[in-house]
Design a protein around this ligand. Sequence first.
Ligand SMILES: [Zn+2]
Ligand SMILES: [Zn+2]
Ligand SMILES: [Zn+2]
Length: 281
Amino acid sequence: MKIKFLGTAAAEGIPGIFCECETCEMARQKKGRFIRTRSQSIIDDKILIDFPSDTYYHVLSHGLDLTKVHTMIITHNHFDHLYPDELNMRSSGYSYLKEKSSLNIYGTDATLDAIRNRCSENILQAMLSVNDLTLNRIEMFTPFEAEGYKITALKATHRAPDSVFYMIEKDGKAILYAHDTNYFDECVWDYFEKNNVYFNLVSLDCTEANIEEMGYVGHMNLNDNLKVKERLSAMKCADEKTIFVSNHFSHSGKDVSYDIFKSIAEEKGFLTSYDGLEVSF
Ligand SMILES: [Zn+2]
Ligand SMILES: [Zn+2]
Ligand SMILES: [Zn+2]
């Protein structure tokens, strides 16, 4: 399996478009891995996770080929993870596809409602009626299959309705992609326990980077990432071969600039994501 991180920031991006903080100014100067766009990843060039407004930039900058993507799994309806307006651009007249193909979008009720409310009603109905687009309602803790992958939505602790994060499995390999969530709810740990899961790669929300105490519920910092790593390892859901990645950073996080955070995270056994990072296992 391969995961490619296309965007690795929290909502404001780094640099934030209206921001003059030290982190954002440094990103403007140094560019490269210091720049972080809004969160999106793709598994094996097939399973696209989230559809933020920066998707267009990911097409331009990371060779993301949306004409070949038929499966999108959406975590929640915050704009930095779901920008439904752009889906209008897949309809006839806005796009000319050589082969007719359907795009399957998977999400909980709140996600699908956001798509229905934000896409042009006529365009959406036209796409749905000829199966150019299919909206698939998912339930937490009920695995579904897409393109040969077993995908399970897990309950996120986050300030958006019906937020989920995902477990993606294929051919005996498994990824846990857990962003826009606090330290996991006990129901998630129970699910891992009962289902005897083992992860080859775990990507965790690290919005506040190296901050000691989180001031709110809904995201994590490096300490929380460590707690998740330790508990997964104690439960044998992970071991020394598991690749742990800290991802989804805000400019407000402590020591968040790429070079500084990378060395701190490395010592604790975490890779630091950057836009364009690819990991195969
Ligand atoms: Zn986010
Ligand atoms: Zn800033
Ligand atoms: Zn969010």
